[in-house]
Design a protein around this ligand. Structure first.
Ligand code: EPZ
Length: 429
């Protein structure tokens, strides 16, 4: 027996959903609190597993962690230590690698378990992170048991680092390492995602001296120490995009509150091409789809291009569009494992390496499917909502890593979706 998500699909979504704080900002800002010799109060924290694991990791290292309300947490890293980080927790998520940059910055030493996280088929290297740390004067080694050790006996010295591949994680990790280094570090060809800017804004609010975040050149002028303070995390661009793709697939009209329009431009542009209407105010977006879905082509790219983390979700309306649509995955080696599950629902898709062609079909049919990873799991939910009949999704733990109460939020806008306990495949009921 295990927990699954059961959906009776074919119903339009109508209503309003409030968007939570950004997962990929929160999982970097929590380790960043290690740099602060004092108390950080973080607002708009999403209630998701990856955030709770990051908080358990810093707590396991001696930080004080106290929730003031469900979305506000205080972290006191005054007495945090480097010895004995909770390695098993670190293996649970890729973002634990941010502890390397944070611990290296504060203590000139870090030993971190090789990261876990979504495995959507390709490798997820950290060579650029290591290149950055070594450029700043650290010595790195891989220890038995899959631990990465980084150490800078004489402290870190600012340098110019060129990232030959645009990498969110490497950009954030080098920023963390450079914050308390001597001198100035320049990151060239830096990633520009909203969560990069959020991390820089958080660090600056605590007394760091970082400029250029959001452009491809970020300068970090090292400072002696950081002080405590309060910071509110940006809304989650991908959570919002996921609900925008959902209403495009099911039809209906959703208003999303607590969003930043600029972060959703690339997503709404594609939804308009597909035939949806999109209307923004300063902090809300309403997406309505009543007519037919039109085909369109998508290529995922680093921000401000179309986000790879929205690729599986956007495939669902394209499965139902008139004609053939092409999705090209421009960031990861492969990110189409979820297509096998869509075929069980009647989708007509052909995948060749980094390119998938979706030939629109009149409808999808509900089926038992598996969530292979976080965004593939979100795509399975959208497919179930759009399909006719019943869909049961297994391995929902992947979805809970990154979506705050997705079942409750969808129930509130008319979806017939619920958690159920069911026998696993081959198990007797
Ligand atoms: C972050 O992963 C996100 N995760 C991913 O979101 C997202 O898909 C990705 O950025 C791209 O936007 C978090 O923020 C926790 P990268 P990250 O380093 O940092 C290559 C989700 O669904 N690369 O930007 O691991 C890499 O192979 C997750 O929320 C190197 O070659 O991604 C890839 O092709 C899934 N060497 C490209 O860069 C390195 O050292 C982009 O990777 C690092 C990366």
């Amino acid at each position: 027996m295990s927990k699954k998500i059961m959906i009776q699909g074919g119903k339009p979504l109508n209503g309003e959903i409030n968007i939570s704080g950004a997962k990929n900002a929160a999982v970097a800002i929590i380790p960043a609190a290690i740099l602060v010799d004092g108390v950080c109060r973080l607002e708009n924290i999403p209630n998701i597993v990856d955030v709770m694991v990051q908080l358990d990791i810093v707590k396991g290292m001696g930080a004080g962690v106290r929730f003031l309300d469900p979305t506000t947490v205080e972290i006191d890293a005054t007495h945090i230590g480097t010895d004995d980080p909770p390695y098993e927790l670190m293996r649970k998520l890729r973002a634990s690698y941010y502890l390397m940059g944070a611990l290296l910055s504060r203590y000139n030493k870090a030993e971190v378990a090789m990261p876990g996280g979504c495995n959507f088929g390709g490798v997820r290297p950290i060579d650029l992170h290591i290149k950055g740390f070594e450029a700043l004067g650290a010595v790195t080694s891989i220890k038995e048991g899959g631990f990465v050790c980084v150490e800078a006996e004489n402290g870190l010295e600012g340098k110019t680092i060129f990232l030959d591949v645009v990498s969110v994680g490497a950009t954030m990790n080098i920023m963390l390492a450079a914050t308390l280094a001597k001198g100035t570090t320049t990151i060239e060809n830096a990633a520009k995602e909203p969560h990069i800017v959020d991390l820089a804004n958080f660090l600056n609010a605590m007394g760091a001296d970082i400029c250029g975040a959001g452009t491809d050149v970020i300068k970090i002028h090292g400072v002696e120490k950081l002080h405590g303070g309060t910071y509110s995390i940006i809304p989650d661009q991908i959570e919002a995009g996921t609900y925008m793709a959902a209403v495009a697939a099911t039809g209906g009209s959703l208003t999303l509150t607590n969003i930043i329009p600029k972060h959703l431009e690339c997503i709404s542009t594609k939804l308009i091409e597909m035939g949806a209407d999109v209307e923004y105010t300063d902090d809300t977006v309403r997406v309505t789809r009543t007519g037919p879905l039109h085909k369109c082509n998508i290529k995922t790219l680093p921000y401000p291009g179309f986000p790879t983390d929205m690729q599986p979700q956007m495939a669902i309306p394209l499965c139902l569009a008139d004609g053939a649509s092409v999705i090209t995955e421009g960031v990861w080696d492969s990110r189409f494992r979820y297509v096998d599950e869509l075929r069980k629902m009647g989708a007509d898709v052909h995948v060749d390496g980094k390119v998938a062609v979706f030939n629109g079909v009149p409808k999808l049919m509900g089926a038992p499917v598996t969530a292979y990873d976080l965004r593939a799991g979100a795509a399975m939910i959208i497919a179930g909502l759009a399909a006719h009949g019943e869909t049961v999704i297994s391995d929902t733990r992947h979805i809970e890593r990154g979506y705050d109460d997705i079942v409750g939020k969808l129930q509130s806008v008319g979806a017939q979706i619920e958690y159920v306990e069911m026998p696993d495949e081959g198990e007797q009921a």
